[in-house]
Design a protein around this ligand. Sequence first.
Ligand SMILES: [Zn+2]
Length: 86
Amino acid sequence: MKKITEVIRGIQYSLQFQYLRTGATKNGWRMGPDLYAKCPQCGYYMSLDPVQNESCPCGNLTKDSDYGRFGARTGDESIKIYQKKK
Ligand SMILES: [Zn+2]
């Protein structure tokens, strides 16, 4: 059973983020401060702001701005991309 805090967090996220696509575009990952990638394992929404290095709490998603790399151990097609609502 999910903890109530996780359920509330999920509702908050669904209000804040609009689903765009799964996986990368034909030209690779589109990065931007208003775009977020959701980890399929821990449910964390990671900002695709290209100037920040980040990884999700479970370590599946990683973003390395120095090398311009982004990806997941579970594969590109496991990553859902969201746009933050204005
Ligand atoms: Zn994760």
